[in-house]
Design a binder for this molecule. Structure first.
Ligand code: SF4
Length: 179
């Protein structure tokens, strides 16, 4: 039997919606695990990635920990995929880029409606926020971009199966369109 491909996934600054969409492949995951083995993912809860054939990144880069994790993925994955709008172009989290970071923190912790803490957290355990949210290709080389917020489970399935089978990746109109 051919050796299984190793696949790792992670969510940086995302909402896990792209991972939920991945799970929308439903029972097809049983076909997938015949040919792939999952390494670091939110499901396996493995903390550090080992060498993988494919790395899938959800979310943009918003803090120092995101940079570290993303670089670890790039170093260990032969193919790196930006999954979803946040990874591809920063997505919704990048809406904060229109403001200074200080303004965002003050709105979240001091001035916002219903905010009672009135204190910006400073615990050193909290990863340092970057001034701006970045799409992942601004930090590391990315091999494939799969847009959508989130891409549908069917689009993820088409993409992964064609990639794994070494075919040119092509989507039916119903899976990728902007109208
Ligand atoms: Fe969530 Fe959309 Fe970003 Fe995916 S692209 S992490 S679904 S906000």
């Amino acid at each position: 039997m051919a050796e299984k491909l190793k696949v790792a996934t992670c969510s940086l600054c995302g909402c896990f919606g792209c991972h939920m969409s991945f799970l929308d492949i439903d029972e097809r995951i049983l076909d997938l695990i015949k040919v792939v083995e999952f390494d670091r993912t939110p499901i396996t809860d493995i903390k550090h990635i080992s060498h993988c054939d494919i790395g899938i990144i959800e979310g943009g880069v918003a803090n120092a920990e995101n940079v570290e994790v993303l670089r670890e993925f790039r170093e260990n994955c032969d193919i790196l995929i930006a999954l979803g709008a946040c990874a591809v172009n920063g997505g919704i989290p990048a809406m904060r880029n229109s403001f200074e970071l200080k303004e965002c923190l003050e709105e979240a912790y001091i001035d916002g409606v219903g905010v009672h803490t009135k204190m910006i957290p400073t615990d050193p355990e909290i990863p340092m926020l970057l001034n701006k949210v970045h799409p992942i290709h601004e930090v590391v080389k990315v091999d494939y971009f799969l847009p959508g917020c989130p891409p549908s489970g069917d689009a993820i399935w088409t993409f992964l199966t064609e990639l794994i089978e070494g075919k040119p990746i092509s989507f039916p109109y119903t899976q990728i369109h902007y109208d």
